[in-house]
Design a protein around this ligand. Structure first.
Ligand SMILES: [Cu+2]
Length: 180
């Protein structure tokens, strides 16, 4: 085989492999589009945006709005900011056996949270609000650590979720309740 023939063979082999790779990429893209458009499967959590630069100035995540609040219709919502390297607030109170909506956001980097022994587990991306619905089945103190490495103080990033019985879940006149 001459050098030219050899080179032609290598070139054809490379082109065949390039076609195989292109076909696989197209197949994956088609699967993603199909899942998104016709099956409505999107990345987890609802898509809600918030300006991470002004969280503390106005809107839902100002200091007075953080923690647990009960709306007039009885809906329990807990709002928490995750930041390097703390949770605000560090402790929240929630009622047992009742639907709770947890809402998180971050002003700095990506964090992640889970609540031990529950299905609560989400990533928190700056500029987005992460929302989780859950029902806490047992009373007691649960740990809520950050599980997304977020910097030097990551290992100190820990909050508590205090799950209380209905007779201990007494929000104030403004509908708010805190660990106190
Ligand atoms: Cu973190």
């Amino acid at each position: 085989m001459t050098g030219d023939q050899m080179e032609g063979k290598i070139l054809r082999s490379e082109l065949r492999w390039a076609l195989v790779v292109a076909a696989v990429v197209l197949l994956i893209l088609a699967a993603i589009l199909f899942a998104g458009i016709s099956m409505h499967i999107n990345p987890p959590s609802n898509r809600e945006y918030i300006d991470p630069k002004s969280l503390h100035l106005s809107g839902e995540f100002t200091e007075a709005n953080l923690g647990t609040s009960v709306a007039a219709d009885g809906q329990v919502t807990t709002r928490i900011i995750t930041t390097q390297f703390a949770f605000v607030p560090q402790c929240v109170v929630v009622p047992v056996d009742r639907q709770v909506t947890l809402r998180f956001t971050s002003p700095d980097v990506i964090h992640g949270i889970l609540v031990t022994g529950t299905n609560v587990n989400t990533m928190i991306v700056p500029g987005h609000i992460s929302q989780v619905h859950t029902i806490f089945r047992k009373t007691g103190n649960l740990l809520m650590p950050c599980h997304e490495f977020c910097g030097m103080g990551h290992s100190q990033m820990l909050a508590r979720v205090r799950v209380v019985a209905p007779d201990q879940f007494k929000p104030g006149p403004d509908g708010r309740i805190s660990c106190g």
